[in-house]
Design a protein around this ligand. Structure first.
Ligand code: G3P
Length: 215
């Protein structure tokens, strides 16, 4: 299973990278805005050590504008994946990107049919937003299950990025389903490391070791 890190915070990405947890990075306009820094500078810093795909999102709403942005963003780094929203205009841009050899990540996917269309258009990645579905009373992970099944039925190459992950159980469930990739916020990665029994165990071992030292 590949882990992408869902943030534009360079230090958080570096911390995960030092531990072998970064197969790629996903950003979006909200995550970039949170950093309050120049987008290009952030991207250059991430690309200086992340060799896997780095998702950079377009903000145009028409295919022509999306393509203009996609072509420009694709010159910034060697490993860009252009994040394009799941719309009719978006699908047109995805197809054009595929024809031009530009990698894409179709974002804001909330139904199996949307994911099917993205794959047909030639998307490199598709991003179902699990947490946001849970927020409105749907079971987000059922969407991942459906997409993985549909792609496997027909042998689509498009990889599924489980996105809008909110807690460690989302990562566990994505792994059980066999989703290709989870894009994980740094705070969730931190929670995945911790277990109270690990802490208790370390304390106990250290206390016993003190007794050995006293002999
Ligand atoms: O990868 C998409 C993700 O950034 C959206 O997450 O928590 O804003 O729904 P969230």
């Amino acid at each position: 299973m590949k882990f992408f890190i869902d943030t534009a915070n360079v230090e958080a990405i570096r911390r995960a990278h030092e531990r072998g947890m970064v197969d790629g990075v996903t950003t979006n306009p909200s995550l970039v805005a949170k950093e309050g820094r120049d987008f290009r500078q952030i991207v250059d810093e991430i690309a200086s050590f992340v060799k896997g795909p780095i998702s950079l999102e377009v903000v145009s709403e028409d295919a022509e504008g999306m393509m203009k942005e996609a072509r420009e963003l694709n010159t910034w780094i060697d490993n860009a994946a252009i994040k394009i929203p799941m719309t009719w205009e978006g699908l047109k841009a995805v197809r054009m990107c595929a024809d031009e050899g530009i990698k894409t990540n179709v974002t804001l996917v909330f139904s199996p049919n949307q994911a099917l269309l993205a794959a047909k258009a030639g998307a490199t990645f598709v991003s179902p937003f699990i947490g946001r579905l849970d927020d409105v009373g749907h079971i987000g992970m059922e969407l991942v299950e459906s997409i993985v099944q549909i792609y496997s039925n027909y042998g689509f190459d498009t990889e599924v990025i489980v996105a809008s992950i909110r807690h460690p159980v989302h990562v566990y469930e994505a792994a059980m389903i066999g989703a290709h990739i989870a894009t994980i916020p740094p705070a969730v990665l931190d929670k995945m490391v911790n277990h109270p029994l690990t802490d208790v165990g370390i304390k106990r071992f250290l206390a016993d070791w003190e007794k050995v030292k006293k002999k």
